[in-house]
Design a protein around this ligand. Structure first.
Ligand code: A3P
Length: 293
């Protein structure tokens, strides 16, 4: 397997620090990608050939990826009993590989070029950097304020503490992994409007407000309709934050994925000036599209 990274690189692309790490991000076609993922992102884009039945989950960071992974995996595998529930003993990220991270990992069992299908994969890459053959995508997004505050907590846990003011500045500049946020969301939103059979656009807030309806929408899109109300409730329980965060498998190294899972939690941290700034930087474009504001 060889990388076609040359196809994507220009000679001296702009770099940006992130969370105190110099040159952590590199600008590619208008998006800030983690520099260490440039080669794997290119290899995925240029070498991956999707087949019928493949499903790609997609998301910016901290918008409900883990929840979407759990729900989609449950819908596609339909475990018969709690014993057969893979989520009981596996973190959702271990069941659904994030392609740009897993492709080159020496420890993973995943081989995305393996011809056995169907496959359930995940990416944080923007739509415009995906392989052309991908034809079934479930995308999850969330309000910019809650995404930013979730991101701030997450990176403060895994990468050292940064002041909220700095995190706001970074989010508003777009120089964060897979940013800018508004462009990432807008690309998938517009494609979901143009080609609803290709992209299902899911909002974290709607999933929280009407979880049963959310699961039914995803099930229908995946071609795995759910038979009964009890089945939907069972899936929601299996995938609930309360259950997953208390499982032994998620208690230690994976605990940063599970926090509060509340809508409008951003308001508890951000000043009104910060809120205004976020609105001016990323909110206006989303509002024009009828999203989140
Ligand atoms: P908060 O930080 O606001 O609590 P991602 O999975 O994309 O990294 O997103 C993380 C956010 O989703 C966190 O939000 C986390 O608490 C929340 N989350 C994780 N698992 C969840 C679940 N099973 N149900 C609902 N929300 C969940």
């Amino acid at each position: 397997m060889s990388s076609n990274s040359a196809v994507d690189s220009n000679s001296d692309p702009p770099k940006s620090p992130f969370w105190g790490e110099p040159d952590a991000l590199t600008l590619r076609e208008g998006f800030w990608l983690p520099t260490f993922l440039l080669d794997s992102s290119s290899a995925f884009r240029h070498n991956f050939q999707a087949r019928d039945g493949d499903v790609l989950l997609a998301s910016p960071i901290k918008t409900g990826t883990t929840w979407l992974m759990a729900i989609s995996h449950s819908l596609l595998t339909k475990p018969k009993s709690s014993d057969a529930d893979a989520l009981a003993t596996n973190n959702p990220h271990s069941l659904v590989p994030t392609v740009e991270f897993e492709l080159w990992s020496p420890t993973t069992n995943v081989n995305i070029f393996d011809p056995t299908s169907p496959r359930l994969l995940h990416t944080h890459l923007p739509l415009s950097l995906l392989p052309a053959s991908v034809s079934k995508i479930v995308y999850i997004a969330r309000s910019p304020e809650d995404t930013l505050v979730s991101m701030w907590h997450y990176f403060n846990t895994v990468a050292g503490e940064v002041a909220l003011e700095k995190a706001v500045e970074c989010f508003c500049s777009g120089a964060h992994p897979f940013g800018p946020f508004d462009r990432h969301v807008a690309e998938y939103w517009q494609e979901s409007q143009r080609r609803p059979e290709k992209v299902l656009f899911v909002k974290y807030e709607e999933m929280k407000r009407e979880p049963k309806r959310g699961v039914l929408r995803i099930a229908e899109f995946l071609g795995r309709p759910v038979g009964s109300e009890e089945e939907v409730e069972e899936i929601l329980w299996r995938c609930s934050l309360e259950r997953l965060k208390n499982l032994e498998v998620n208690a230690a190294e994976h605990s940063a994925y599970f926090r509060k899972g509340e809508v409008r939690d951003g308001k508890n941290y951000l000043t009104s000036e910060m809120g205004d700034r976020i609105h001016r930087s990323v909110g206006v474009k989303l509002q024009e599209l009828g999203l989140f504001f």
